[in-house]
Write a protein that binds this ligand. Structure first.
Ligand code: SAM
Length: 223
């Protein structure tokens, strides 16, 4: 676990609320200690507009502008647990949004590439990473195509709901790599884990129902 020095204020009040949230996530079934440590370390309120910092430690998604949301903490923890990254891994996140998921991965010692299609969010989150001195590599574009120029990846996590994009993305995994992607229709998706065991051999498992904002783009929804 990397110890990141943050440059915004992390008060005792927010630390206390974060601890309670992590206890709650444990009760809900998150058991990977490294994931729980990262959730305890990263101040989620930094990824909220300042007026709403006090809302950051509820287990809820929250609007971040441009019609998008920061995912619910349980969802972030669940996806990260399925991805199960190790320090030094190279991970692609599709759907940067507020930057919180990328910050969690970075706190776990992962080299993170993240792609966002909404320019306004890309700009504000890139500026936030810079302010927080987080070494996350941000790209503006259509993440439904992955990021082949920077792959292959040990892990890929998609944080918007797709229909059928796994085929494109699984090609960008190393052997032993893991792809976590919510797939289904526009109102509900299954959390799918695809593991690449050997060349051209993929295992697919499903891990419950989730509800994400739609993944738009070439291999996502069209509108
Ligand atoms: N991971 C984010 C966080 O930690 O705040 C939450 C992401 S939000 C639920 C989904 C994000 O996916 C939105 O910011 C949306 O603009 C983005 N998105 C949708 N389609 C995309 C695409 N084709 N490529 C990249 N980003 C996309």
């Amino acid at each position: 676990m990397s110890k990141i020095k943050y440059t915004l204020e992390d008060s005792f009040k927010h630390k206390g609320r974060r601890k309670r949230l992590v206890e709650y996530l444990k009760e809900k079934g998150i058991s990977n200690e490294k994931v729980l440590d990262a959730l305890l370390e990263v101040p989620r309120h930094f990824f909220f507009p300042k007026d709403f910092w006090d809302d950051a430690y509820e287990d809820k998604a929250f609007p971040i502008g441009s019609g998008q949301t920061i995912s619910q903490p349980y969802t972030v923890a669940f996806q990260t647990q399925l991805l199960s990254p190790k320090p030094g891994d190279i991970v692609l996140e599709i759907g940067t949004g507020s930057g919180y998921q990328a910050a969690i991965l970075s706190a776990m010692g992962v080299k993170v590439y993240t792609v966002e299609r909404v320019e306004e969010l890309f700009r504000s989150t890139t500026a936030l990473f810079k302010k927080l001195k987080l070494p996350v590599h941000c790209f503006l574009g259509d993440g439904s195509q992955g990021l082949p120029s920077k792959g292959p990846f040990n892990g890929i996590v998609v944080t918007a709901g797709g229909n059928d994009l796994a085929e494109q993305l699984k090609e960008q995994l190393v052997i032993g790599g893991r792809l976590v992607v919510p797939m289904g229709n526009r109102s509900i998706q299954k959390m799918v884990l695809i593991q690449k065991h050997v060349e051209n051999n993929y295992e697919r498992t499903e891990h419950g129902d989730f509800k994400f904002v739609p993944l738009l783009g070439k291999y996502g929804w069209k509108t």
